[in-house]
Design a protein around this ligand. Sequence first.
Ligand code: LR7
Ligand code: MN
Length: 583
Amino acid sequence: GEESRPVKTTPRQPPNKDVNIKEEKTDKRRVRTDKNNVNADREPLKPAISVKAADNSSAVRKPGVHKVLYLDVTHAPRDPNAVGQFGHAPLLSSNEDAEVRRRWDEGHFNVYLSDQIPVDRAIPDTRPEICSQNVVHDDLPSTSVIFCFVDEVWSTLLRSVHSVLNRSPPHLIKEIILVDDFSTRDYLKEPLDKYMSQFPKVRIIRLKERQGLIRARLAGAAVAKGEVLTFLDSHIECGVGWLEPLLERVYLDRKKVPCPVIEVISDKDMSYVLVDNFQRGIFKWPLVFGWSAVPEEYIKKTNMTIADPIRCPVMAGGLFSIDKNYFYELGTYDPGLDVWGGENMEISFKIWMCGGEIEIIPCSRVGHIFRGQNPYKFPKDRQKTVERNLARVAEVWLDEYKDLFYGHGYHHLMNKKVTDIGNLTEQIELRKRLKCKSFKWYLDNVYPEMDAPLAKAEGLVFNRGIRKCLAVQKGSLSFERCDLSKQSQHFNYTWLRHVRQQDLCVGPQDKGSSFALRPCDNTQPELRWFHKSSTPSLGEHLISEFVSHHMCLEAEPQSESLRLNPCEPNNTFQKWQFTHYNV
Ligand code: LR7
Ligand code: MN
């Protein structure tokens, strides 16, 4: 069935913790079990970055490059005994449970604990050993760091900003732009202005109405002065040396879009948890983001090491750097995307199909609080918002593969009367203007492991009762002796549940008294058939979605014609079998 597609996604949270929170997303992050042994895989490896020091002892330095700076003013923290220091999980006494629960919904994580942890706490340096030996160019571009937020928790927002200020070379930070997406909480108004006024590089932009994270990021980008834009979520902690390896990639090629490794800050105890190596961002149908290990074969073939950039079919969405001019050349995000969701798919397809690359840079590590639920309200229904965004992405970028998207439970989105996905003219124009490649090219070249058959079943359509195959003769349907070489006998059973030959679909005629080929049309329910492939060897019913009471397509042996009859489990004239089942 379509639910069990062979795509591995991995847990994004420590699986051993069990606070009862509803999981809404499937993008689980696989965390490492050797949590206390961060050096376990630190064998010396070749530098990930293609510019190398002239000599391994680094006594001799090439002009123009330097080792990644170990900048961390929290390395020797002010208060080594503070709660949560070094990313450790503090022990809470059981009488604090009620307080933890009481404040949980403020951010859908342990807000009570977060508020006790220093805003500039130290976290472990989790980079592979080689990263500190890597060299980067002296003249890296500067970046504007953009955080957008709506009703973010005070302590996590501050910790995010402090981690950037404390762990980035100052000359590379042009500014930090905080985009307030119309938050309602008072502490995010004057108190935030006042607090941030001590940092000349921090600017705050206030949106006049709720725009959602996509347009909020665009508002930040519009005023950014740095050469590179670096987007971050507002509940993160940047690790030592996080920035230079990202900027180095952009420096080497402005069409590279690097992302840090996203590590886990536990929503339960705020501890810093490592994640598996060699993880990349992928999607499965219907455009669901997930994490997956780079195929073993690929690692071997390319001699890939734990510090090498990892090509990513899609990015998680929240944390990446991009050359500002390139971002605008790509047409930024589709501004018609609302609130949350889908923009990571959009930007990913756009980048790859229009000439760029997405990479995860293992030498850049940023922790993120993964939450079970969005802690803010959606102006409209959450589900409807996200699926509308995804439909926009599918319509613009997926070509013929959009049927796979719709066919995985999003059938209703095709009915324009039910769902208004808005105007897409500009997005489609943009894709043409940029001369972007096809989605098929993307699947073949960027994500070949993805299983994306265009039909659920295909080939000849054999009827078990009359032991003949469905055929088109002079534009009408009939039966013939099965013959694979005859194109007139070839049909597809599509994701939209059509029995299809080229542009024509099998459907009823004259109120169901006979059957004919009609132009395929997604809005017409009488062209849709249910057909399961669990036991293809026995053949399965073709059940009309159009007529109620389970009506099955049946071959009439005398006239060798088609008709609809109530389904009968053992009636072989109602059993149909395609040559190939793809799912
Ligand atoms: O209406 C909104 N306005 C906002 O400003 C909604 C959200 N936001 C802010 C919010 O305060 C936060 O700072 O936008 C940021 C991201 O929102 P989250 O933290 O609720 O998103 P998430 O971490 O659950 O989801 C991931 O997918 C999103 C899809 O739209 C975005 O791309 C997020 O940036 C992205 N987060 C990450 O990639 C971090 C790793 C998570 C994973 C996988
Ligand atoms: Mn987030």
